[in-house]
Structure formats: C-alpha cells, structure tokens
Ligand binder design. Structure first.
Ligand code: AMP
Length: 118
C-alpha cells in the first residue's frame, strides 16, 4: 500500500483526483507537464509515495530515485529530446526554492539552459 496524503496536491494528481497532462506512470512514479512551464518541455516526475522532497528520502526509498532516472530516460526518448539533452533537477527547502513539499524532479528540455541557475 502506497502512502499518500489527503491534502497534498501531487498526491491528488497521482490518485487522479486533480487533472494533469500525464506522460508516464508506473507503480513508483508519475510524470506530467508542469502547469507553469519554464522551458519548451517542462515535465515533473513525482514519487507515487508521499515524500517531502530529497531530504525525506530514506534508505528503503532508494529504488524510487532509480525509477525517476529511468522515467526521465524513457520520456526523453519517447518525446524525442534525448539526443539534444535535458536537465533533471530537484529543489529542496527554502534555499532550493521548493514550493511543493512532495518529492519531484523537474525534467527540462527544448532549449539551451543556463548554468549556474539563478
Ligand atoms: P518546486 O518549486 O520545485 O517545488 O516545483 C513545483 C512545481 O509544481 C512548479 O514548477 C509549479 O509550476 C508546479 N505545479 C504546481 N501545481 C501544479 C499542478 N496542479 N500541475 C502541474 N504542475 C504544478
């Protein structure tokens, strides 16, 4: 049984209670288009299990991180931007500018992204 939270917006998307443009889902993760895209392609890959963010990941959750990398790999090939590249990044806490307290990685592609981030 996967642990989810009643009021968490990403838990509600995972459960299908809030509509999203889902591009990928398996038993570990769900991926959908970000509502406010910061690049031509901006997809969020979220854990199906409620975890607060990177800091909330415990040893038994390690497979979820692998599944997120695999999902990014598959989505990039499926949507045709694997060859040009992409960025996969997770924000944590105040200094990371995290706004939703549910583990998610941003998958950004479709233009040359600046580095370092602002
Ligand atoms: P972060 O600031 O790293 O926590 O990222 C949260 C992301 O979730 C932001 O890029 C938001 O645009 C996005 N977001 C918030 N609500 C939704 C939603 N209902 N559907 C899709 N993306 C969302």
């Amino acid at each position: 049984m996967i642990s989810t939270m009643t009021d968490c917006i990403f838990c509600r998307i995972v459960r299908g209670e809030i509509p999203s443009q889902t591009v990928y889902q398996n038993e570990w993760v769900t991926a959908f288009h970000d509502i406010a895209p910061k690049a031509p392609v901006h997809i969020l890959i979220v854990s199906n299990k409620h975890l607060s963010g990177p800091l909330g990941v415990e040893e038994t959750d390690a497979p979820i991180i692998g599944e997120i990398a695999l999902a990014a790999n598959r989505i990039a090939r499926q949507l045709g931007f694997a060859a040009n590249g992409f960025r996969l990044v997770a924000n944590e806490g105040h200094d990371g500018s995290q706004s939703v307290a549910h583990l998610h990685f941003h998958l950004l592609a479709g233009r040359r992204l600046g580095w370092p981030p602002g």
